[in-house]
Design a protein around this ligand. Structure first.
Ligand code: FNR
Length: 449
């Protein structure tokens, strides 16, 4: 991939899932970055081709969530951004995705505590040898371009010194966000330092940080000029109105939301992520009556109805269901259970405990109908004491024995956290109480044969 003269969607956690990336490309972006994906999350996922959506999915094997979904339309233009502190892990991930993406970028600019504590993001800039080693390992061993995205140091000279070190690894381009580690989005972007570096290095510098001043497409060219870069990367301006990439001018946000929602439906994007992205387009408009209705919505169909897309949504969802999509999950729950943990299951004494193998899929419940909530409501109505929960942990897996009305219940499926284990035990209890039928459990994608 060539990085010359490109307008790029910058990486944004939770925003840059497949629908937003495709929207940016359709509006005119040349390249789109994924959100930062953490190496170990990708490493515990498996690649699957999704016949129904025609996507490549990297599915977390412990809970079935989609860590990364991509498709042919973006294949030549999508850059996967990795959060990592390990050359070894970064290479393993790069090998996994090498044939599905156009390039790999390493995040060396994130100042969030989560990243720094993990030695990732900006922590790497403070350890240039390690940063260099990660990049060099990738450059030497994968067939697609490698890049990184950094923040500036307080002086041009310091910034240039580190950039030169990183460039010596053989990376193809470098994204520079014109703010220092401690500067926040409201601080002015330092275009001079980006320019100083861009004029002195042999590879493409992608200028970033100008969203506050980028209100329309032509402002992108001003930012290019100020930074002396031929390529620009835009985050917030695109988050707020993705049609910033359109040469023919901005579209009203209702049009952008409509276009976005269609893609979210087409690509079976999760309801929570869809809602989050729309929320970040609406911003202040959440205070309007329609905005409040939006905030109350819980399913993609309810969100779509606000933009008159409920029919569109329902038709697609029915079509996907009839083709065999299971909830949002492409794997059967059986496949989710880490096989190496199976032996531990026998070690727990389950005499006298009602058991069933069900898993809890969070996306299939809203806050009001969670299994525990349903059970507690049932207990209240029937004048019973609330259930108690005792959770066992084996390595990183959890299982709860629920006691209610003198009986014990559990799911034999090991969950990824305590909360989920309690919820799946509550589902078993609801089933034995006759509150939830087997058909309903099947519909929720929870039954494991
Ligand atoms: C970001 N940013 C960011 N950067 C990165 O390298 N990886 C990431 O995953 C994220 N995530 C993210 C989420 C959200 C919601 C925002 C607003 C920002 C930083 C982003 O890519 C960019 O560097 C800054 O926002 C500055 O550019 P703009 O917004 O002025 O164009």
């Amino acid at each position: 991939m060539i990085y010359d003269n490109k307008i790029i969607l910058a990486p944004m956690v939770r925003i840059n899932t497949l629908p937003m990336r495709l929207l940016a490309l359709r509006y005119g972006a040349d390249i789109v970055y994924t959100e930062e994906l953490i190496d170990w999350k990708l490493l515990r996922s498996k690649r699957r081709y999704n016949d129904i959506l025609k996507t490549v999915d990297f599915v977390d094997q412990t809970d079935g969530t989609i860590v990364f979904r991509t498709c042919d339309e973006e294949k030549e233009r999508v850059v996967l951004q990795l959060g990592t502190c390990s050359a070894d892990r970064a290479l393993k991930v790069a090998k996994m995705v090498e044939n599905d993406v156009a390039a790999i970028d390493i995040n060396m600019g994130c100042p969030k505590e989560f990243s720094i504590k993990g030695g990732m993001g900006i922590a790497l800039l403070e350890d240039p040898d390690k940063a260099y080693n990660i990049l060099k390992t990738l450059v030497d061993n994968i067939s697609i371009p490698v890049t990184c995205k950094i923040r500036i140091f307080p002086t041009p000279e310091e910034t240039l010194k580190v950039v030169n070190k990183l460039i010596s690894s053989g990376i193809k381009a470098i994204g520079i966000h014109g703010r220092t580690r401690n500067e926040r989005p409201q601080h002015a972007v330092n275009t001079d330092i980006i320019k100083y570096v861009a004029e002195r290095v042999p590879i493409q510098v992608i200028a970033n940080g100008g969203s506050k001043e980028i209100e329309k497409h032509s402002d992108i060219y001003k930012f290019k000029e100020m930074t002396g870069c031929s390529s620009v990367m835009i985050a917030r301006a695109a988050e707020w109105n993705c049609s910033i990439f359109r040469k023919n001018g901005l579209l009203p946000i209702d049009t952008v939301i409509t276009d976005y929602l269609k893609l979210a439906v087409d690509y079976d994007n999760s309801p929570s992520n869809t809602k989050y992205c729309v929320q970040n387009i609406l911003r202040d408009l959440q205070e309007t009556p329609r905005g409040r209705k939006f905030l109350e919505s819980q399913t993609v169909e309810q969100i779509c109805a606000i933009w008159d897309l409920d029919e569109y949504c329902k038709k697609k969802q029915d079509e996907y269901q009839s083709m065999g999509i299971q909830g949002r999950w492409q794997v059967t729950p059986d496949e989710l259970e880490p096989p190496n943990k199976k032996s531990k299951i026998e070690e727990i004494n389950l005499d006298g405990v009602e058991q069933m193998k069900v898993c809890f899929i969070r996306a299939n419940f809203n806050d009001l109908n969670l299994p525990k909530t349903q059970l507690h409501v049932w207990a209240g109505r029937n004048g019973c004491k609330l259930p108690t929960y005792e959770t066992q942990q084996v390595e990183k897996l959890f299982r709860t024995i629920l006691s209610f009305k003198g009986k014990k219940y559990t799911s034999t499926f090991w969950e990824k956290n305590k909360k989920f284990a309690e919820q799946s035990a509550a589902l078993v209890c609801l089933y034995y109480l006759g509150v939830v039928s087997r058909e309903e459990l099947v519909k929720l994608g929870s039954v494991i044969k």
